[in-house]
Design a protein around this ligand. Structure first.
Ligand SMILES: [Zn+2]
Length: 308
């Protein structure tokens, strides 16, 4: 068995995980976000009744493999400590840390909508756009700990050949992204960005849910907005599939609650990839709130598996 924690900016979701994915003793405690000592103590307390069981963590952040520092925007207090090393020392056990989007992809590949596939790209269409890449049952460790970050694909570019002011005004603007770049997919495709895109396209202020509902009802303005969204999101995702050879894309996040959005994006992506297929590639994820904990469980050799 393993101890697994899914750590967000508000709560630490904690459970014992059996090799078959069953969860036990699940409970949540508030996440201490402002200082590393309180954060480490909270996990030490959770682990104390279970000596020696490995601790696996899914966190909304990235562990730098060189420094061991975990950059998690919602938990600034842990930024400057080598977290895994400190936790391992204090809790006297093996500790593994994974990015939450990577853990989501791993969980869906192992236990969820992508079971039986070797190459899996997990896509999150939520407040932000995220992703995780799993090959042969393993997360792909990237440069600086980063892989699968589709949201920061620089898809919107300033066309250098346009000089007519009307044409320039008609192009999607280069919105600034939280990562410091401009024109990332996240700046037009996340839930808040979709609302901004809708305003830019001439719509009235609406929530992302309302925009999707209007689009599903055939509203002309929402159709314009979603047409831009679909063009850029499908382009970025087609690029990912051509490069990674992923044969299935489990989709999670608030925007994925629209079946029509997932189906329309699936068709748009299949129209743009090199290898045509009549089989849907995108499918709704099925693990919901369990994905973080179950993905964390798969970070080490304990639950390693052959996907086929
Ligand atoms: Zn970005």
């Amino acid at each position: 068995m393993l101890l697994c924690a899914d750590i967000g900016g508000s709560f630490i979701d904690f459970a014992l995980v059996h090799p078959d994915g069953r969860l036990e003793q699940r409970h949540a405690v508030p996440t201490p976000v402002d200082d590393a000592e309180s954060f480490i103590t909270a996990l030490e307390t959770l682990c104390a009744p279970y000596p020696a069981l490995p601790l696996h963590i899914a966190i909304a952040g990235v562990e730098n493999p060189q420094t061991g520092h975990v950059h998690a925007a919602n938990i600034p207090g842990i930024l400057t400590v080598p977290l895994r090393e400190k936790l391992s020392l204090r809790t006297q056990r093996v500790v593994r840390i994974g990015n939450d989007a990577d853990c989501f992809a791993l969980a869906e590949a192992r236990f969820g909508a992508a079971r039986g596939h070797r190459n899996v790209f997990g896509l999150i269409l939520g407040t932000g756009i995220g992703g995780g890449l799993v090959l042969d049952g393993q997360i792909v460790p990237g440069l600086g700990g980063v892989t699968g970050e589709l949201g920061h694909a620089p898809v919107v570019i300033a066309p250098p050949f346009l000089t007519d002011p009307d044409e320039v005004a008609a192009t999607v603007p280069l919105f600034r992204c939280g990562c410091g770049q401009s024109g990332c997919l996240d700046t037009i495709a996340g839930a808040r960005s979709l609302e901004r895109l809708h305003l830019w396209a001439g719509g009235t202020p609406e929530t992302s849910h309302a925009i999707l509902r209007l689009w599903e009802e055939g509203d002309r303005q929402a159709t314009r907005t979603l047409s831009v969204w679909m063009t850029y999101t499908s382009a970025a995702l087609a690029h990912v599939l051509n490069v990674t050879g992923s044969t299935v894309v489990p989709v999670a996040g608030g925007l994925s609650n629209s079946d029509l959005l997932v189906q329309t994006l699936d068709r748009a992506v299949r129209d743009r990839i090199l290898s045509p297929t009549s089989q849907p590639l995108l499918r709704r994820a099925i693990l919901g709130k369990d994905a973080g904990i179950l993905g964390a469980a798969c970070l080490g050799p304990e639950l390693c598996y052959d996907p086929c």
